[in-house]
Structure formats: structure tokens, C-alpha cells
Design a protein around this ligand. Sequence first.
Ligand code: F6P
Length: 540
Amino acid sequence: MTNLLTQTPAWKELQQHYSQIKDVHLRDLFQQDPQRGTRLRVQAVGLYLDYSKNRITDETLHLLCELAHQRGLEERRAAMFRGDPINVTERRAVLHIALRTPKDTRIMVNGQDVVPQVQAVLDKMAKFAGQIRKKAWRGYTGKPIKNIINIGIGGSDLGPYMAYEALKFYSLRELCFRFVSNVDGTAFTEAVCDLAPEETLFIVSSKSFTTLETMTNAQTARAWLVEKLGSEQAVRQHFVAVSTNEKEVTRFGIDPANMFEFWDWVGGRYSMDSAIGLSLMIAIGEEHFRQMLSGFHEMDEHFRKAPLEQNLPVLLGLLAFWYNNFFGCQTSAVIPYDFYLHRFPAFLQQLTMESNGKRVTLAGEAVDYQTGPVYWGEPGTNGQHSFFQLLHQGTKLVPCDFIAFRKPLNPIGNHHDLLIANVIAQGEALAFGKTEEELKAEGVPDWLIPHRTFPGNRPSTMIFADQLTPRTLGKLVALYEHSVFTQGVLWGINSFDQWGVELGKALAQRIVTELSENEDLSHDSSTNALIRYYRDVHPS
Ligand code: F6P
């Protein structure tokens, strides 16, 4: 595969095509083709993807698919599913798809079938989750566990936290779940302030078991528990670990029998369906967790087999690429119209930006094009009353993904009709806007017309599903995982490393000692002054 994206024939054709269609209005596209709204949609694996309100034509899609083909999407996809070490800078396979594959599949990594290992950990998780849920697991004083606190950060927090919130409807309400990620002591303090230690279980979730925030919070939790329960012996019944690092887990004092393993071929941001989802499994139970895995798998199979033009993650990825690299959009919004999905945008931020926030190709050459956009979002309808003004009338073009469900989990009055009417209306308003003529016909005075005009032609994609279930959540997450993969392949970058987080970590290690020791400082003048300002109230 050539790394020269901008030299591929399809890129050149797309450039030419873009210059022809960049000013074409969605109003005209819909007028020219009355079937557009039903033609430019795909219904697959129980999802309805309406991409007709995007600034594309059949030709755009054809050329984007051609580009994907010329960039080797099919081969790269096969390489990922085969377990090739496509994470080249860390020399690792990328096999989150193995976490949800059926028992009878074989996926080889370094000559070993990993599927039996995955299944064994799932069974171990199920046994443990069952014990907690049935009150069979007792704390140090003999009381059952009522509170579960996941300590982790990044992929070891965002996924399980998002999924717990998303599937709260299915959770065992007598249990209380909290997620501590931030090294800010407030996070831990607030999480435990009203909890009884003898009824509290900590799940220390960390792939590396060395992450500063997680280990600091875990040590604080350990000290809190030991102090309150008066014995080091209590640790064994109140701490379990999810990690790839048995040595560090044991050193912490957690019984290796209570460690839930995962593997270096699972990236942190791709790990919510591994043992990292232990808190979620305790909340929703084994059956629901397995349903979620089957939803993931359905989307994996669709991504693997469906033709590019009918392939949901590919379409989502191509659209993101189109706006990023041709329209110059710097950001992309994801607006779930379901309150349970309120952490979904935060989860997607790590998935998308840690994966595709890269500036060199797989071969280490600087790119001469834009890579991953900024992702952001909030649930609808709340967003409508804060940032939607900019989406409708601002000077920036922000493509939006809307996510909605036909059936509510909590039907009350006409709430759901109102919710869905709003999401559909927003797509319509963004695309078609409101013209000067329409305003005049309504009798709006001339001086007010510029203020009340909506230019329209603002793209959105609607992802509609039947209901928010564990299975649907699995499909949605896999949809975005593979969309991120598709974009990474187009850009020729490694979507699976994250070297960009290292520098800040190393500097913080150095500064933390400088804060408490009065040694000379050799940073820049701003950094030195900030450290001194802090030292003023913390003299050594
Ligand atoms: O800081 C980045 C990162 O490595 C993420 O990729 C990861 O999800 C997070 O830190 C947590 O890492 P760990 O699970 O090893 O504690």
C-alpha cells in the first residue's frame, strides 16, 4: 500500500469532484432526486443509517469507496481479523474482535488460539459477577458487597462507565456503582464519602497496572479500607484486579486468583468488552453482557463481509474523511438522543482521538493532509439549548451524527414522541434551513431577515435503532470502532498506539518532585514561575 494518500488516483478524482459539488445545496440534491431519503440509507444488523443529508452524490460515494479500495482497506481489515501485528510501533496484533467471537472460532496469535483464553476469562467473570449479585461473595466482616467501585482511567474507565450508564436500565438496582478515574483526590473522596467499607469492593482496572492515576487511587483506596476495617487481611476480599500484569497485581496484595486477565492485543480504548467490563457484568449480569458481545460480533461480521457501499462502519468512516479532508471540518459532533448514552461522546473522544490523532504515517513520514478531527457532543435535546445555535447559524461546518431509538425504555406520556420529533427536526433544519423568501412570506420585517435566515446545507447522519439494549450498544460501539479503523487506513496511520500521551506523563513525574523539593529549576521561565507559585503555599 502506498503511503502517499494525496498521490492516489482516487484522491485526485475526489479533489476534482469536490470542486464541482462543494457549493451544491442539499435542498437541490433532494429536489433533483425525490427518492434520495430512502436511497441513501442502509438498513443492516438492526440499525438504520440515513446518510442522505450529507453533501455527497452517488459519484462522491463511488470515489470514496474507490479511495478506500486503493488505500487497501479490504487487505488491512483482513489483516486485523487474522491477528497480524498491525500495531506496528508496539509490534502487536489488534484483536478486540476476538473478545466477542463465538466459542468455536479459532484466532491465532503467535501460534496460539486465543479464543479459549477469552472464553475462560468470561466464565471466570461470570462466576464472580454471579457471586456478588447473589450476595455469595462476602466482605471481611462477613457482610455482602453492596458497592462496586471501578478504579481506572482512559480505556479502563471510559468504556465501563459509559456502558454502565448506557445499560443502567438493565442493572441490579440494589448495587451501587461508582467510577474513580481522576488523580484529583476529590474523585476518590466523593466516591466513598457515603459508603461503608465493609460492603465495598474495589475493582482496580489497569492494563499496565502502572498508570499513575490508577495506582495512586488504588493505594488510597487500600489505605482507606485497611484503616476502616483495621486489618491488612481485608484487602483480599475487597480488591480484585483487571490487568495484563500479574506481577504488579500480586505486589499490590491482590490474590492472583482474583485477577481477571486480558492481553496486550486488546488496546485500552477497545477493551470495554474484555474483563475491563467486569463492573458492567456485575451490574447487568452475565446474560446481558453476552448479548452485548453478540451485538459487537454482529457488527464485526457486517464490517468484514458487507460491500463497501453498504457497509455501515465504512460509510461512517468515509463521511468523516470527506468532511475532514475536503470540506476542512475540524470537528465532528455526536449527539445521542437518549439520556442513558450521556457518556457516549466522552467514550468516543478517546476512541477516535487517541486512535487517529496522529501526524505521521505507518512508515513514520509526516502526513501532508489532515488526520483525525475533534469529536465532541452532548445528549439531545440538551445540546439544542446550548451549542446548536452555532451548528445552525455559525460560520463553522460541523457534521453531526444523531443517534436515536424508536422505542423508549421509560415510556411516560408523550416524552418519547417529543424527543424523536426533535432529533428528526434538527436534521431537517440543518439540511434545509430557512430562506429569505420563506421569512418574507411569513411577514418577517426586512431588517430582521438576515438574523433569522438559516443557510442550511449542514450535514448530518442519523443512526436509528429499535431500542437501547445490550445488543444494540455492542453494535453501536463496534460501528464506531470500525469507522475509526476505516479512517485510519485512509490516512495510512497507526490507529492503535498512543505515544502522544507519554511526554506529559514524564514531565509530570519530574515536576512532582520539584513541587516539594526546593531544588533549582531548569524549565522555561513560565514553567519555573508556576512551580514557584505553587511552592509558596507548600513550602518544603
Ligand atoms: O494514557 C493513555 C492510556 O495508556 C490509554 O491508552 C489507556 O486506556 C489508559 O492510559 C489507561 O491505561 P491502563 O489501563 O494501563 O491503566
